[in-house]
Design a protein around this ligand. Structure first.
Ligand SMILES: Cc1cc2nc3c(=O)[nH]c(=O)nc-3n(C[C@H](O)[C@H](O)[C@H](O)COP(=O)(O)O)c2cc1C
Length: 177
């Protein structure tokens, strides 16, 4: 598992090879099977594999001033993760504990999607920066919904990089803060 975690990285350069249908299905299946608070499954995964639509979603995710996320246009597929209403128990628990568990759930599902992509030899990148209103209109998502995250997918042209992370001492402790 750690090997897979080390291999997963934000890939921002893709070849134009399409992703096989079975691979794409297994990648979103990893999202669907994810754990969630009270098993509420507060998500919908929209797979975008239409070339024109990929270009439009990528354009909506690109920060024109810097070109950030313009690489998304090279993706062979994009998964748009929509937040659905959590079930009653998750909502109640969340209200009592002042936590909207649905976004935690979606974070977990997103990483499962990325890890399955890695296992399939497919590169991925999570996008949190995009024009939500525009993506909603492109994909006919009701205005009342939130798009939590977007994942770009494609055969990566990037080498595996060493991870840049805080030191263990800074983020891990035992038996006290
Ligand atoms: C919630 C979230 C939002 C992110 N948004 C973007 C984004 O909009 N564009 C981008 O290029 N990378 C984005 N990333 C990728 C991070 O920059 C990346 O995960 C981090 O720098 C660690 O690098 P690694 O994924 O290669 O290990 C996002 C990651 C997460 C978890």
């Amino acid at each position: 598992m750690l090997e897979l975690i080390l291999r997963r990285q934000s890939d921002r350069k893709y070849s134009d090879t399409p992703i096989e249908k079975e691979k794409l299905e297994r990648i979103v299946e990893a999202g669907r099977l994810s754990p969630s608070a009270c098993n509420g499954q507060p998500w919908k995964f929209i797979v975008v594999n239409d070339r024109e639509l990929i270009k439009s979603v990528a354009d909506a995710a690109t920060f024109k001033l810097t070109g950030m996320n313009s690489f998304a246009g090279q993706a062979a597929a994009i998964v748009v993760i929509v937040r659905e209403n959590p079930n009653f128990s998750s909502k109640l628990g969340g209200a009592v504990k002042s936590k909207d568990y649905s976004f935690y759930d979606i974070g977990i599902a997103t990483e499962n999607i990325c890890l399955q992509a890695t296992a399939e030899g497919i590169g991925s990148c999570i996008l949190g920066w995009f024009d939500e209103k525009l993506v909603k209109s492109l994909l006919q998502i009701p205005g009342s919904k939130r798009i939590a995250l977007i994942v770009t997918l494609g055969y990566s042209l990037s080498e595996n990089r060493a991870k840049r992370r805080k030191d263990k001492e800074a983020v891990i402790s035992y038996n006290k803060y």
